[in-house]
Design a protein around this ligand. Structure first.
Ligand code: 5GP
Length: 185
């Protein structure tokens, strides 16, 4: 995976299809709705990867909620987390005293989430909880709290449904493993 793809005849092995994602998102929505019981929640979607999941998840939540976004960029190569994280877009309001739900696409080493939790905790929310669509337990380097997990997956680099490879493939409706272009020419 050294070259960035610039073509669309990709070979992707489907890992989780759109129907399974939708069904699990509905379940998570019910669990989270029951947990917060009508109290207002500030949902923080982590840019860019979690945007598609967050958009579907919030529509499965029967709660008074607001949405915020935090942009994160991590240094290091594209397929491995360095844990050195920079906030590229910050919240537009204070989260002091609020029940905050972080919505993330994937937790691998846990380094990004650890940084985020530490950073957001300094802003004194009433509570800070985490919902991640995907979790790769084999990659864990630090333990981070995960209140809701969509799917636990093996240690493969996945794309689609918000997740990119070199900026592409976020719009695939499923989660899959990128195998490269279908033909070499
Ligand atoms: P961590 O810091 O937990 O290792 O990784 C978190 C971030 O790394 C995710 O938010 C995501 O941006 C990226 N990442 C980790 N694993 C994958 C993967 O399999 N596919 C993609 N597209 N990004 C990943």
């Amino acid at each position: 995976m050294s070259e960035a793809p610039n073509r669309w005849d990709h070979d992707v092995e489907v890992m989780i299809d759109a129907e399974r994602i939708a069904a699990r998102t509905r379940e998570l929505g019910q669990e989270i709705t029951a947990f917060y019981k009508n109290s207002p929640v500030c949902v923080i979607s982590i840019l860019k990867g979690s945007v598609i999941f967050a958009a579907d998840l919030v529509r499965a939540l029967d709660l008074p909620l607001s949405m915020e976004f935090v942009g994160i960029s991590s240094y290091g190569n594209e397929t491995e987390s360095s844990g050195v994280v920079q906030i590229t877009a910050d919240l537009t309001r204070s989260i002091e005293g609020l029940d905050v739900l972080i919505v993330e696409d994937i937790i691998d080493t846990g380094l990004t989430m650890r940084y985020l939790l530490e950073n957001l905790a300094t802003r004194h929310p009433k509570s800070l909880r985490v919902c991640t669509l995907l979790h790769k337990p084999e990659g864990a380097r630090v333990k981070v709290p995960m209140d809701w997990v969509g799917f636990t997956i093996p240690n493969a680099f996945v794309i689609g449904y918000g997740l990119d490879y070199a900026g592409l493939y976020r719009n695939l409706p499923y989660i899959g493993v990128y195998r490269g272009p279908t033909s070499e020419d």
